[in-house]
Structures are given as structure tokens and as C-alpha cells.
Design a protein around this ligand. Structure first.
Ligand code: FES
Ligand code: FE2
Length: 406
């Protein structure tokens, strides 16, 4: 893939970001709105590794398809006859129409413009009327070479990830540090994948990093959210270049109060092992760049931050409840839990959108991000990851363009 090597951060800015969190100067205002910055992220961060794009539980049967627009890439996810989910660039090989819009279940993928038709595995299978009325073949059109362009797609848990440039290490190898960290505290077999249904799709007038940074710290909790206090037991989770996040621990009684999971005497079931030990844990891992694994005493939520432009994003999420809590008896409680999170995100929204709007003035005034050394170490790790990723790619690009004499 051609990479452009756009300089997005100065050397001084990158150095200032690498200081300890209490003195570090974080990303400048333009990181949140500039088209150049977004374009560099689009190619050098989102296309150059594994990004979360959707949930396998949304594509239940063979023929289920879903169009995804993420970081300027138009993709389509398709579950094939063999049960595997594949991903393709959602661009017709004829004259570039988008093949699939929205979500649907189909027998094959038919372009709405001139009806070129692809199998669920992406093979071009029909070119109706290409050589005239009822003349469906053309000797110069070799169908074998005109399938939809595949994108590497792998699944972990319920999350579908894609790697657009095709150069990333296998997904499970890449995710190993995050998987190991989750396994230390949670047993994924205790939850039912896809059980909670959709807990939300939100759209924000804010850069994707405003959403991520607004979720990766507990600093703002008691100031913004009605339901939350600061956790006394709060640790930063440092997963190097793979993830950052935080964890907190509380007793079973404290967890019941915090998460409002009780209704008319009925209590949403907790992870059996936590209930037994009397101590619950919440763990939020932000798998770079855009996937959030949020593990708590009742459920594991998987969320994806979807950049839709330099100043707009979506947030999609599913919740996988503890198996005992997935029956009809608990439907109201699961709904209550979903409503609760809608309220929490509703409290964040005006803050995020104001921060976004002011990023332009921040750039003019030269006001860099600052960090709380206690609460925002994970946020600082994220910004360092991003700067490293942009910088290492840029250096590689410049070397590719201007080979040294050596
Ligand atoms: S653009 Fe798809 S069939 Fe013509
Ligand atoms: Fe919040």
C-alpha cells in the first residue's frame, strides 16, 4: 500500500509527549480535527494493524451481510455458506458502485448499478446483459480475476477484526497480551456470546479519540456521572503497544449498589467465581486503536469506536451477560442495564462534543493535553502509542521515498 508520510506531529511535540504523565504535553488541538492528521491515522493506524469492525453475533446465518464505513474504508462483512465471516472492500469491480448498503440477508451480493453479482465468497458469478440483450458473457471479461477484493478478517470472542494492509501478525498472536490479562480475572466461558442484544449505537460530533479518551479514565466519574464515585482501588493496565486501560475491585455488596442491577428483588447473576470469592473486579481494556473490552461482574461488553470523519464518530456495543442471566426472567433487568448505560453515555455526550468544538481554538492557542498522573496514565499510554505508530510509519515512508546511499 502506498503510504504518504504526512508529518502530523513535530519532533518537539513527540518528545514532549514522551515525558512522565505529570509533565508530559499531550496531543495538540489539531489532532482532533485536521484532515491531514485523520488521513495519517486512517492509513497508518487503522489500515496498518487489526481494527475492530463488528460483532459475529450480528451475522447469524449464512448470507447475512453488513456494510461498514470506518475510518474512510467502505467494507462489507458476509457470512458464507461455510459459516465463516469474510470481509471485502465494498466496491464493485465494474465501475465502483457500493455493492451492499446497510444490513441484509442475501443469496449472493448483487451490485445495484448493472447487476454484476458476486457469491458470498466474493467470486464474480454473473454479468447480466454485458454483451447485449440476454448476452451474459464477454470473452474479454475474465470473471476469475474480478472478484470482490478481500480484506483479512479474523474473529476473537464476538469481535470481528480486519487488517487492511494484510501485513499484521495473526490476530490471536497480536491480542495475546490482552487475552492473557482478561484470563487472569475472567472466565469467558461464564458468559453467553451475543446474549444481550444491542446495548447501543451512538453517534457523536467528535473525533474518535475524544470518545476513547473520555472512556479510558475514571477521573471524571463523580463530576459527570450521577451513578459513579471514584474507585479507591484503581490500577492502570499497561499492555504496551496492544492495549491500555484500568481495573478496579470492590466487594459484591458495593458492586450491586454501583451497577443498579436489581429489580423487584431479582438480581442479575454475577460471574460465579467472583460471587464465591466475595470480591468483584471491573476491567476495561482499550485494544488499540478502537476496540473496548469491558469486563465486569455481570457481563463482558465489547464495543467499537468507529471513526466516520475527522470530527464525527459512532460507538457500537454488544453485551454478553453471565449465562445464568440470559433467560426471559432477566429480560427486564438486562434492559434496565442497557438503559443505564444509555444514561451514562448521555451524560458524557455534551462534554465530548464541547471538547471537540474547542479543539480548533486549542490549536490556535497552543494548548496541549495535560494528564492526571493517577487517573490518566492509560490515556497517556494511548497517546504515546498513537504518536509512535504515526512516527514509525512516517520514518519508514521517508526511507522508502529517499533511500540512503549506504
Ligand atoms: S458498477 Fe457494479 S455493476 Fe456496474
Ligand atoms: Fe463518562
Amino acid at each position: 500500500m502506498q503510504l504518504s508520510g504526512i508529518p502530523v506531529l513535530t519532533i518537539q511535540e513527540a518528545q514532549a509527549l514522551n515525558a512522565p504523565p505529570e509533565t508530559a504535553l499531550g496531543l495538540p488541538g489539531r489532532a482532533y480535527f485536521a484532515k491531514d492528521f485523520y488521513e495519517a491515522e486512517r492509513r497508518n493506524v487503522f489500515a496498518a494493524g487489526w481494527m475492530g469492525v463488528g460483532f459475529a453475533s450480528d451475522l447469524k446465518e449464512s448470507g447475512a451481510t453488513k456494510a461498514i464505513s470506518i475510518a474512510g474504508w467502505e467494507l462489507v462483512l458476509v457470512r458464507g455458506q461455510d459459516g465463516l465471516v469474510r470481509c471485502f472492500h465494498n466496491i464493485c469491480r465494474h465501475r465502483g458502485m457500493k455493492v451492499i448498503e446497510g444490513s441484509c440477508t442475501v443469496k449472493n451480493l448483487r451490485c445495484p448499478y448493472h447487476s454484476w453479482t458476486y457469491s458470498l465468497e466474493g467470486k464474480l458469478i454473473a454479468t447480466p446483459a454485458i454483451s447485449g440483450v440476454r448476452q451474459n458473457e464477454s470473452p474479454g471479461i475474465d470473471k476469475d480475476g474480478l472478484g470482490l477484493v478481500p480484506v483479512r478478517c479474523e474473529q476473537w470472542f464476538d469481535v470481528l477484526f480486519v487488517n487492511i494492509d494484510g501485513d499484521a501478525i495473526p490476530l490471536k498472536e497480536h491480542l495475546r497480551p490482552a487475552i492473557n490479562r482478561i484470563d487472569r480475572s475472567f472466565d469467558l466461558s461464564e458468559v453467553q456470546q451475543g446474549s444481550g442484544g444491542r446495548s447501543g449505537k451512538f453517534a457523536y460530533a467528535a473525533n474518535w479519540k475524544v470518545i476513547l479518551e473520555g472512556s479510558i479514565e475514571d477521573y471524571h466519574l463523580p463530576f459527570v456521572h450521577r451513578a459513579f464515585d471514584h474507585s479507591t482501588d484503581y490500577l492502570t493496565e499497561d499492555g504496551g503497544s496492544v492495549y491500555a486501560g484500568f481495573s478496579s475491585r470492590r466487594t459484591v455488596e458495593e458492586a450491586i449498589r454501583r451497577y443498579e442491577t436489581e429489580n423487584k428483588g431479582l438480581q442479575l447473576p454475577m460471574m460465579p467465581k467472583m460471587l464465591k470469592s466475595g470480591v468483584t473486579e471491573s476491567l476495561a481494556l482499550f485494544v488499540f486503536p478502537n476496540t473496548v473490552l469491558s469486563c465486569g461482574p455481570y457481563a463482558i461488553s465489547t464495543s467499537i469506536i468507529v471513526p466516520t470523519g475527522p470530527e464525527s464518530s459512532e460507538y457500537i456495543s454488544t453485551t454478553n451477560f453471565v449465562k445464568e442471566g440470559t433467560g426471559d426472567d432477566y429480560a427486564q433487568l438486562r434492559q434496565k442495564n442497557a438503559d443505564y448505560w444509555v444514561e451514562v453515555f448521555g451524560e458524557d455526550e455534551p462534554i465530548w462534543e464541547t471538547v471537540q468544538a474547542l479543539s480548533h481554538q486549542r490549536e490556535e492557542l497552543g494548548l496541549a493535553t495535560r494528564f492526571s498522573p493517577h487517573w490518566e496514565k492509560g490515556l497517556h499510554l494511548f497517546q504515546r502509542y498513537l504518536a509512535d505508530k504515526l512516527e514509525s510509519r512516517r520514518v519508514r515512508d521517508i526511507e522508502a521515498i529517499e533511500p540512503s546511499d549506504a
